[in-house]
Design a binder for this molecule. Structure first.
Ligand SMILES: NC(=O)c1ccc[n+]([C@@H]2O[C@H](COP(=O)([O-])OP(=O)(O)OC[C@H]3O[C@@H](n4cnc5c(N)ncnc54)[C@H](OP(=O)(O)O)[C@@H]3O)[C@@H](O)[C@H]2O)c1
Length: 275
């Protein structure tokens, strides 16, 4: 199944478009001729990207500066898009961040809750805001950015791995529900991607290096992740894991019981703590 055709009254809403994977997804969609609405907190970055994409591809690009972890600004987004006389036919739920690297009992409680609000609550709220109209029109596509972190519980990243497990399960279930309604839901589940995400997470492992540099051969660029996500969205795939090494590893890892996976991951994440 292909994406809805670009037209002057429809748009792709991309959250977290101010950097990393989100801004690369925006570039991929602009190159395909879609009108875009870019959302994130850093307005200057959104405006700079909007100017770049409209100059390069001749597409209309609007920006909405909003903290997606806060219900009030997030709740205003669908009205703001209506005022622009646009309908969201493609929704990219990409905004997110990770806590991690410490046991949950030592984590900052406010940051853990904020992670649930941005990584989970915003995905649910925006899907609720736009999916019913897509189903009614019989046309639409949603890409939710999950993670391979959501494919097993990760000690010392309890909140993030649980948040991404939610996104993965939520997406796969709705993918099935909307089959036959002209709407597709795809989860993009990358392993490590080379973005600002890691500096923000400050997630160091037993190797003494940041997590993304600790898994040999797994790191991919945000361009690769975005391309795989948009191509998966075009094909209406259920789950996309970009990059052969991490895809192969995750396929094998699925068959390892948690009794083995959890202590192994704990040792990898925090040396000495489990001994
Ligand atoms: N990098 C990886 O290795 C990796 C792997 C798997 C999955 N992912 C997922 O990929 C997605 C994108 O991450 P990235 O790697 O591209 O990281 P990034 O470069 O740090 O981008 C994160 C984006 O999310 C936005 N964001 C964060 N908090 C927000 C909030 N409260 N309200 C609105 N926007 C917010 C940021 O914009 P502002 O700061 O301007 O608000 C930014 O545009 C995330 O969901 C992440 O969990 C990343």
């Amino acid at each position: 199944m292909s994406l809805p055709e670009p037209n002057s009254s429809s748009a792709a809403l991309v959250t977290g478009a101010s950097s990393g994977i989100g801004s690369e997804i925006a570039k991929q969609l602009a190159a395909r001729g879609f009108t875009l609405v870019l959302a994130a907190r850093r307005e200057d970055r959104l405006v700079a990207l909007a100017d770049e994409l409209s100059a390069e591809h001749g597409v209309r690009v609007e920006t909405i500066a909003a903290d997606l972890g806060k219900p009030t600004p997030r709740g205003r987004i669908s009205g703001q898009i209506e005022e622009l006389n646009l309908q969201v036919e493609i929704l990219i739920n990409n905004a997110g961040f990770a806590t991690g690297g410490e046991p949950f009992h030592e984590a900052d409680p406010e940051r853990e809750i904020e992670q649930v609000r941005v990584d989970v609550e915003a995905v649910v709220a925006l899907t609720s805001a736009f999916l019913p109209a897509m189903v009614k029109r019989g046309r639409g596509a949603i890409l939710n950015v999950a993670s391979t972190a959501g494919m097993q519980p990760i000690p010392y990243s309890a909140g993030y791995s649980a948040a991404k497990a939610y996104v993965l399960t939520f997406s796969e279930a709705i993918h099935q529900e909307v089959r036959g309604h002209g709407v597709t839901v795809t989860a993009l589940a990358p392993g490590p991607v080379d973005t600002d995400f890691w500096q923000i997470a400050g997630w160091e492992t037993a190797t003494g290096r940041s997590f993304e540099r600790s898994v040999p051969g797994a790191l991919i660029s945000p361009q690769q992740a975005a391309r795989a996500g948009v191509e998966g969205l075009e094909r209406g795939e259920r789950v996309v894991v970009p990059g052969l090494p991490i895809r192969a590893a995750m396929t094998a890892w699925r068959y390892v019981p948690n009794a083995f996976r959890l202590p192994a991951l704990a040792r990898f994440m925090r040396p000495g703590i489990e001994d």
